[in-house]
Write a protein that binds this ligand. Structure first.
Ligand code: ZN
Length: 243
């Protein structure tokens, strides 16, 4: 893995703006690996647990291991802050192969980003789960088509797939200090990382704007400066603005 220059970081953001959220996460992974490191397989076909472990590594590379965010208590609306060490995700052991489970007559593989992308237009959660299982069915015959599964069978398959790929979903436990409601909330690491990339990109643009307006320097020149030097000039520009 490699760190991105400021210019590469802005390029990643610029291209990602036009992408689906799932593809943005994959673009961040691709940008952070050299061409040889990702040649083995497309990240779109990785099990979601592997994608999340690598996303956590990318997050550490760009922003460090300590992740801070907040969620809303589903019962009373209180803002609940959380802290997460990305090393817990990045360094979680890979599950033993095979990454598939057999339930009843069917065998199902763990989902990938490509499977999720196929469901992007499905607003109904139940139908989305059935479609996902349909994509992930390895052995098909007339009787074990996903749409003929009972609700209990769907729950069992989902639970077994979650065991087979434990990092596919990152869940955080909360207890609300106001209403004492205890809940488990999922963290969408891909969306979280992209929101951080977006805010750093916007900050870089505003810094380029301030320095270009003050000194007439080109964007490439400003982006090539070290963060320390850029911050030094910015302090002077803001000092001048106040004077
Ligand atoms: Zn609450």
């Amino acid at each position: 893995m490699r760190t991105l220059s400021n210019a590469e970081f802005l390029e990643l953001w610029e291209h990602g703006c036009r992408m689906h959220p799932l593809d943005r996460a994959l673009a961040a992974i691709r940008a952070s690996f050299g061409p040889h490191e990702t040649a083995e397989s497309s990240a779109a076909d990785w099990p979601l647990g592997r994608r999340n472990r690598v996303l956590a590594q990318v997050r550490m590379l760009y922003f460090g291991p300590s992740l801070e965010g907040w969620m809303v208590c589903p019962q009373c609306g209180e803002k609940l802050e959380f802290q997460l060490d990305c090393r817990e995700i990045a360094e979680a052991p890979s599950p033993e192969s095979p990454q598939s489970v057999s339930v009843g007559a069917g065998t199902y593989r763990v989902p990938t980003s490509r499977d999720l992308a196929l469901l992007a237009g499905e607003a109904d959660a139940e139908r989305a789960v059935l479609q996902l299982l349909e994509h992930c069915t390895l052995q098909k015959d007339g009787n074990n088509a996903a749409k003929s599964l009972t609700a209990d069978a769907v729950d069992e398959i989902a639970a077994r797939l979650a065991e087979a790929d434990p990092m596919a979903e990152i869940t955080l436990g909360f207890e609300c200090p106001v209403c004492r409601h205890a809940s488990q909330e999922g963290l969408d690491l891909a969306a979280f990382l992209w929101s951080e990339i977006e805010s750093r990109a916007r900050r870089l643009l505003s810094e380029v704007h301030a320095l270009a307006a003050a000194y007439g320097w080109a964007e490439a020149t400003i982006l090539a400066m070290s963060d320390v030097r850029r911050a030094g000039y910015l302090r002077m520009v803001h000092g001048m603005a106040k004077a």
